[in-house]
Design a protein around this ligand. Structure first.
Ligand code: AMP
Ligand code: GLY
Length: 425
């Protein structure tokens, strides 16, 4: 089979790395890919949001399966476009992807179907949002969210009313996120441990992936601003068997069933960001895709064929799949450019990659890298995901940090506490 992976992050490198091991594969492409995907696939210079050009490429190169990594092409209707042309594609349609691309849609969907989530109000104008704040309906801290996609920056946790007013002004008046901020959500702040719950669905059933926990804050001890994720461990330390069953029964199951009933059957990866609250698991947000970096340790633990699974999801018969996972623990530590998630410099030479890759049990996935004149250069905020497995989390962690110590670039920043006992979300 000819397979195309769309995207350019660590998630896409991990997916491509796993797909490359499939006996069903003839030729693998990645668009646009990064410095690492070129080691397992042919990089194609088409941006991941250029849906038309991607579909043209899919038709021309007789691509048998396209796997979409990021949310933006899904929200632009990549799957609709490919399906229109009779091309097989893994991911939700534009309407199904609204679970992520409109936080208002997602919250209203959950409210309508009694899927556990925090209390919320929708506001269509700054005045309305201010009135909600002043009504005293939400105690502090309160969460203000832009409705649309805002590259992970549209969620503001406000400790004071002044902060909340400032957030509303910046989203709705100054239009910091453009159209994405036409509506806002005012939300109850949920307390508890945060876990990522990721499944693959064929539109009818859901097949859960091994559990993971992401660490979003940029500095050790969960200090500093949120990022796209600075490190992930798998399994999650907190999702007990009982909680796992509860999540499947009260959240994942109803989400898949109700989306189909609402005429938006959900096919593809579904990521529920959950808070394990004192009242049980509640949804913080849905993502219409695999997680990044969550996918990286998950791909290390997946021992059965990924292509079989993705094809079964596309064809609507996921029930036939026997997915196998390693019992080992896995983790991923992100090496980032100094300054991320704020401004950072690019184009720094990365050294020590080959040595680091030789540490047994370690796999390095590239995110913001490019290969130029025989060298790897940084080209993004999250640069590399150094991943590893071991019989225990501590063993995986030791290997990963040994490899991390061998990699150098100007401004390199990473968390030193991924996978430690202190990592309690
Ligand atoms: P989201 O993109 O909606 O997941 O928000 C990004 C991050 O903000 C989440 O991963 C949580 O850590 C935090 N967050 C979002 N909503 C809430 C909430 N209602 N209560 C507490 N934390 C939240
Ligand atoms: N790691 C968080 C995400 O993929 O959204």
């Amino acid at each position: 089979m000819n397979i195309l992976v769309v995207g350019s992050g660590g998630r896409e490198h991990a997916l491509a790395w796993k797909i490359a091991k499939s006996p069903r594969l003839s030729k693998l492409y990645c668009a646009p890919g990064n410095g690492g995907t070129r080691l397992v696939a042919e990089n194609v210079a088409i941006g991941d949001a250029d849906v038309r050009a991607l579909a043209d490429f899919g038709a021309r190169e007789r691509i048998d399966l396209t796997v979409v990594g990021p949310e933006v092409p899904l929200s632009l209707g990549l799957v609709d476009e490919f399906e229109k042309r009779g091309l097989r594609v893994f991911g939700p349609t534009r309407k199904a992807a609204e679970l992520e691309s409109s936080k208002v849609y997602a919250k209203q969907f959950m409210a309508r179907h009694k899927i556990p989530t925090g209390r919320f109000k929708v506001a269509d104008s700054a005045a309305e949002a201010m009135a909600v704040l002043r009504s005293g309906e939400f105690s502090l801290p309160v969460v203000v969210k832009a409705d649309g996609l805002a590259a992970g920056k549209g969620v503001i946790i406000c400790k004071t009313t002044q902060e909340a007013e400032k957030a509303i002004r910046s989203i709705m008046v100054e239009k910091q996120f453009g159209e994405a901020g036409k509506r806002v959500l005012i939300e109850e702040f949920l307390r508890g441990k945060e876990v990522s719950f990721i499944v693959v669905s064929d539109g009818v059933r859901a097949l859960p992936f091994v559990t993971t926990m992401d660490h979003k804050a940029v500095f050790d001890g969960d200090e500093g601003p949120n990022t796209g994720g600075m490190g992930t461990i798998s399994p999650s330390l907190f999702l007990t068997d009982a909680l796992y069953d509860e999540v499947m029964r009260t959240i994942i199951g109803p989400t898949i069933v109700r989306m189909a009933e609402d005429g938006r059957p959900y096919k593809g990866a579904l990521y529920a960001g959950l808070m394990l609250t004192a009242e049980g698991p509640k949804v913080l947000e849905y993502n219409c895709r695999f997680g990044d970096p969550e996918t990286q340790p998950q791909m290390l633990r997946l021992t059965s064929d990924l292509v079989d699974l993705l094809l079964a999801a596309v064809e609507g018969d996921i029930g036939t799949q026997k997915v196998r996972w390693s019992e080992e623990a896995a983790a991923c530590v992100i090496l980032a450019s100094g300054g991320y998630p704020g401004a950072y410099e690019k184009g720094k030479v990365i050294e020590g990659l080959e040595e680091a890759a030789r540490v047994p049990g370690v796999e390095i996935f590239h995110a913001g890298t490019k290969f130029e004149n025989g060298r790897y250069l940084t080209s993004g905020g999250r640069v590399l995901g150094v991943c590893g497995t071991g019989p225990t989390l501590a063993a995986a962690r030791a290997k990963i940090y040994r490899a991390v110590g061998l990699i150098r670039f100007d401004g390199l920043h990473y968390r030193r506490d991924i996978g430690t006992a202190r990592m309690d979300g």
